[in-house]
Structure formats: C-alpha cells, structure tokens
Design a protein around this ligand. Structure first.
Ligand code: CO
Length: 134
C-alpha cells in the first residue's frame, strides 16, 4: 500500500537553529521558515535529492508538537510520511487491520494542502506515521 517516503519530520524548539545546522553543517538546501497557524507549527523544508526533511517548531498554545517537545526537550524525530495513492482506501485498510487513526479518524488537509491521516505509534513500532495522498 505505501509508496515513496515523502518526508521525515523533526520537532525542534528552535527551527532557525535547526535549519542553520542543516544549511551550514550538513550543506543542505533549506527553505525559509514558514508559519502555518492552522497546523500549529512553523516549518522549514530541507530538500534532499530523494526526499524532504521537515523541521517543525511549535506555534501557538495548541501545537500538536508541544507535548512531544515537553517529553523530548532536545527535539527529535516526530513522524515519517509515506505516500499513498488513495487516502480513503488507506483509511479503510487501516481500520480493517485494527490500526488506530489519530483524531477524528477521517482524512484532513495536511501541511502540504493534500489529504493526510496520522497513525498511532503504538501500532507501528513506536513511530507516528503520516499517510499522504500524493
Ligand atoms: Co508531516
């Protein structure tokens, strides 16, 4: 069912500092910070030849990554995003397989303007998974 790795998301308390590490130390192509208030994050995209890294800093009181950073103050890998052809077929399959979809359980529009689902880490080797309709 899953296809290409779309991105790996890394949560950080300081997205400018983290983007400096990717730009200067690792020599990657890095975007300017982009606030996404409706998603509760400031994002920076690191463009790699075969995938993207998303650096996420919490924005606002109800940021979905605030609790993660409380538990992991130094930051860390927050989720992995895999592409799927059909988000509704993916939802149905995940329900059939007994996997827990976070939130309402229905696809919503993600940070890239495409429909996404998040799957609870308890069912996926401890990793939060995002499925995005490519
Ligand atoms: Co993501």
């Amino acid at each position: 069912m899953i296809g290409r790795l779309n991105h790996v998301a890394i949560a950080t308390a300081d997205v400018r500092k983290a983007s400096g590490i990717y730009r200067n130390t690792l020599g990657a192509k890095v975007s300017e910070p982009m606030p996404l208030p409706e998603h509760g994050v400031v994002t920076v995209f690191v463009e790699l030849p075969n995938t993207k890294i998303e650096l996420l800093e919490p924005l606002g009181a109800n940021s979905p990554i605030a609790r993660f950073l409380e538990k992991n103050p130094a930051g860390g890998m927050h989720h992995i995003c895999y592409e799927v052809d059909d988000i509704y077929a993916a939802r149905d399959r995940m329900k059939e397989m007994g996997a827990t979809i976070t939130g309402s359980g229905e696809p919503r529009i993600g940070a890239h303007g495409k429909p996404v689902l998040f799957l609870h880490p308890k069912d996926f080797a401890g990793t939060l998974i995002e499925l995005e309709q490519a």
